[in-house]
Design a protein around this ligand. Structure first.
Ligand code: AIR
Ligand code: ASP
Length: 265
């Protein structure tokens, strides 16, 4: 039973493929799979600001699982296979396209700063932006011209990425609206999934309060990583609230207190 043997390899003997700011990727149990591990680290402004926030990784693992499982179920292809434990999920290995795809419904953050539009202003339509994923350069915004000229993606792939982004935005907007939350904007990543000779672009990485702006519909309270970026405090409480409203976390549970305890599926 080779599969079982590799599956239960202790974490410290697993081969580490990549370590990012908030996640680690390990070799998976079978070829073409990886294990995505969510850390408690929070960074902003390209890691100039860094803190460890107990329980954040557990919450993001569960919230991202919920979003990706739902996307799979409605036929939006993703890298997600299944959650393995509190901090880890099994994913398909993809060739990450080095772009951060941002979809905005409401002005906030860098768009408000760049164009002088007040935060909270509803945009005339959803806007898709691309940023080149490069910490040393501070993830600069790029256009389709840059993307094709430098070969990060071809025009067909850009079309596929935009179509995925629109579907994800429509799905997420409805999902969060049903939980009394306004989806202001979010960032997603995509990757090339090879199946024999066939290649498809799929949604990759994570979708969680680390990568979305989520505002309470009534109070406009921030329920996302801006709590950390803007030193507002209460990040775990906010992420727990999102999980609770999505029905992932039980009513009285607090993943920061006495170790994370989450509702089992
Ligand atoms: N984002 C961008 N880079 C990393 C992340 N998480 C997300 C933010 C926000 C959206 O992309 O969390 O939801 C737009 O960010 P900004 O800073 O460009 O306004
Ligand atoms: N996570 C990124 C960083 O470390 C960007 C952000 O979310 O603000 O800077």
């Amino acid at each position: 039973m080779d599969f079982l043997k590799t599956r239960y390899t202790p974490m410290n003997r697993r081969r580490r493929i990549y370590e990012g700011k908030a996640k680690v990727l390990y070799e998976g149990p079978e070829p073409g799979t990886l294990i995505q591990h969510f850390k408690d680290d929070a960074t902003a402004f390209n890691a100039k600001k860094h803190e460890v926030i107990d329980g954040k990784g557990v919450l993001n693992n569960r919230i991202s699982e919920y979003v990706f499982q739902n996307l799979n179920d409605i036929g939006v292809p993703t890298h997600f296979i299944k959650r393995l434990n509190m901090r880890e999920q099994l994913i398909r290995e993809v060739e990450i396209i080095p772009l951060e795809v941002v979809v905005r419904n409401v002005a906030a953050g860098s768009l408000s700063q760049r164009l002088g539009i007040e935060e909270g202003t509803q945009l005339p339509r959803s806007i898709i932006e691309f940023y080149y994923k490069n910490d040393a350069l501070n993830d600069p915004m790029v256009s389709e011209e840059h993307i094709t000229a430098f070969g990060w993606a071809n025009p067909q792939e850009i079309d596929d990425i935009m179509a995925l982004a629109i579907r994800v935005n429509d799905f997420l907007s409805g999902l969060f609206l049903g939980a009394g939350i306004r989806l202001v904007d979010f960032k997603m990543e995509t990757g090339r999934l090879w199946e024999g000779d066939m290649m498809r672009i799929v949604v990759a990485d994570e979708i969680s309060p680390d990568s979305c702006r989520l505002w309470d519909i009534k109070s406009a309270d921030k329920l996302d990583k801006d709590r950390f970026r803007r030193d507002l405090g209460g990040l775990i409480e906010a992420y727990s609230e999102v999980a609770r409203r999505l029905g992932i976390l039980g009513e009285n549970e607090n993943p920061a207190a006495g170790g994370p305890r989450l509702v089992q599926p």
